[in-house]
Design a protein around this ligand. Structure first.
Ligand SMILES: Nc1ncnc2c1ncn2[C@@H]1O[C@H](COP(=O)(O)OP(=O)(O)OP(=O)(O)O)[C@@H](O)[C@H]1O
Ligand SMILES: [Mg+2]
Length: 503
């Protein structure tokens, strides 16, 4: 039995108590006030309200990075750290900021293999950053949402969306750390936590069994399905599953959005049962979720709160790169080189993975040059030219030539696919055809018929540009890009029509 809307809306909104300097800042108050309620606020009438923490929780204890962000930034926006000074969001030019930021570093000896390897390792995409920057407000909103659910002993759902490489997965780890520190501090039990990538599920409904297993609950004598078992458990107060909050973080939710919406709806519905303490966080790229499946969830009375991770802009990319450099402690790049990378990547996609891989490739170019240098010349840093070279390689791979030499209609299909996949990872041939027809209409180009369109999709697949899934019905086949969308944008940006189309 799901909670009635009246019940759910009638509950008092929980607002975190602002404590300490950080929480008293205007910005933080604004953020806290803006945090919407998780679904289904409930205090059981026959139970005492959980004791509020005897002493206020000091935020620096469980959100040290947040406090650092506040306290170590001076009036000019300069972040001061123990071994270096890095500027951020300063009114100065990025160049000046960068020079100021890097001025107190150790000298890098790129000829030392140990130092060179450490630098390359630091810029590897799989190396976790020492600090996550530029995502404080998103992390804060997610943390507050979980905190409210735990405090009020209720379920709730949250949808985290944003383009690739914008720090969604990374931020969840941070939120879990914050929750761990906070629950310890205030004496609440840490939720039973399951983090799962939906791509790893063999069948979509396997998720319910995984949740049961995580909660150490056994399926009841084969009679009820894992889903039914969860529903029953969340409907009865005495069930052990209701004793502790269950936090399920489902990454790559796009997979479920395109594969099995029924499972998705069942999952979100689990947050609404009368004694549910099920906290669901879904992460995906789809930004247009509101148009596509929120209305259905709303009608099921389980509309999630949404937190959007915007693509990084130039200054944010620069700042994240600077922090990596700070962690190594060497001057690795000429300041202009780094700024150039940030500008180019921000213009193409705002994807941090791309920025890191371009930096790594520039370091490797510099390393090769160093090895070939027999003159003993003083090349000491990765220069603007190395970066320029790496950027051209990244955005001008052979794939760029392939795309530029495609027939016009195949270029239109690619362009239509990039537009379609801005907000999700896969789509269907049917949807791609609609998007293609729209692009043709706006370009006043006569569109190809469905048969021809399908065969063009197959050609693009053979060229390694597109991935097509299997389905008996052509229109239901899944379709995805086999290359980076930024490469398509880069390849076609010289043609005004496509530039318009991809803006
Ligand atoms: N704010 C940040 N601070 C430091 N590093 C970051 C930040 N954002 C992203 N990165 C770097 O970029 C990588 C990719 O980030 P993450 O995996 O969180 O992206 P994502 O938004 O989950 O992407 P996708 O949608 O493709 O799953 C991280 O591993 C990290 O190295
Ligand atoms: Mg991710």
């Amino acid at each position: 039995m799901a909670k009635s809307p009246a019940n759910r809306q009638g509950r008092k909104a929980a607002v975190a108590e602002p404590v300490g300097d950080f929480f008293n800042s205007e910005e933080t108050k604004r953020r806290l006030n803006a945090t919407p309620m998780p679904s289904g606020k409930r205090r059981r009438s026959d139970e005492p309200a959980p004791a509020s923490p005897a002493s206020p929780v000091s935020p620096e204890k469980w959100a040290p990075h947040l406090r650092r962000a506040a306290s170590e930034t001076d009036a000019n926006g300069v972040i001061k750290t123990t071994n270096a000074v890095v500027t951020c969001c300063s009114p100065k030019s990025p160049m000046k900021r960068l020079f100021a930021g890097l001025s107190q570093k150790n000298r890098w000896n790129p000829r030392d293999p140990g130092q060179m390897n450490a630098v390359k390792e630091a810029f590897h995409v799989s190396s976790p950053p020492a600090t996550i920057v530029c995502r404080d407000s998103e992390q804060m909103r997610i943390f507050e949402f979980c905190k409210t659910c735990i405090e009020q002993e209720t379920g709730g759902s949250l949808y985290v969306c944003g383009c690739p490489g914008t720090g969604k997965t990374l931020s969840m780890e941070r939120v879990k750390e914050l929750l761990g520190a906070w629950t310890k501090e205030v004496g609440f039990q840490f939720p039973v936590t399951l983090s799962i990538s939906c791509n790893s599920l063999t069948t979509t409904s396997e998720i319910f069994l995984k949740i049961l297993e995580k909660c150490h609950l056994k399926k009841v004598n084969g009679a009820s399905s894992p889903l039914q078992h969860l529903r029953d458990s969340f409907s009865q107060r005495k069930e052990p599953i209701c004793e502790r909050a269950v936090l399920v973080i489902m990454d790559e939710l796009d997979y479920l959005i395109t594969k099995d919406r029924a499972v998705l709806h069942d999952l979100f519905m689990l947050t609404t049962y009368p004694f549910s303490r099920f906290i669901l966080i879904g992460i995906a790229n789809a930004i247009d979720l509101a148009d596509r499946f929120l209305p259905k969830l709303e009608s099921l009375n389980c509309k999630p709160m949404v937190v959007t991770f915007r693509a990084y802009n130039k200054d944010q990319i620069l700042k994240i790169l600077q922090h990596r450099i700070m962690a190594i402690g060497y001057d690795v790049f000429e300041p202009l080189a780094l700024e150039f990378c940030a500008r180019k990547v921000a213009a193409a996609s705002g994807d941090m993975r791309r920025a890191l891989s371009v930096c790594l490739s520039a370091i490797e170019k510099f390393e090769t040059e160093l090895k070939c240098d027999t003159t003993g010349s003083k090349i000491e840093m990765v220069s603007f030219d190395h970066m320029d070279n790496a950027l051209s390689k990244a955005f001008r791979a052979p794939v760029v030539d392939t795309i530029q030499s495609l027939p016009q209609h195949q270029q239109i299909i690619l362009c239509a696919l990039v537009r379609l996949l801005r907000s999700r990872k896969t789509s269907t041939v049917g949807d791609l055809n609609k998007s293609y027809l729209e692009v043709c209409r706006s370009a006043q180009v006569t569109a190809a018929g469905m048969m021809e369109f399908s065969s063009m999709c197959r050609v693009l697949t053979d060229q390694g540009l597109v991935k097509l899934g299997n389905s008996r019905e052509e229109k239901l086949r899944t379709v995805a890009l086999a290359i980076d969308g930024a490469d398509v944008a880069f390849s076609l940006k010289g043609i005004r029509f496509f530039r318009h189309c991809l803006e």
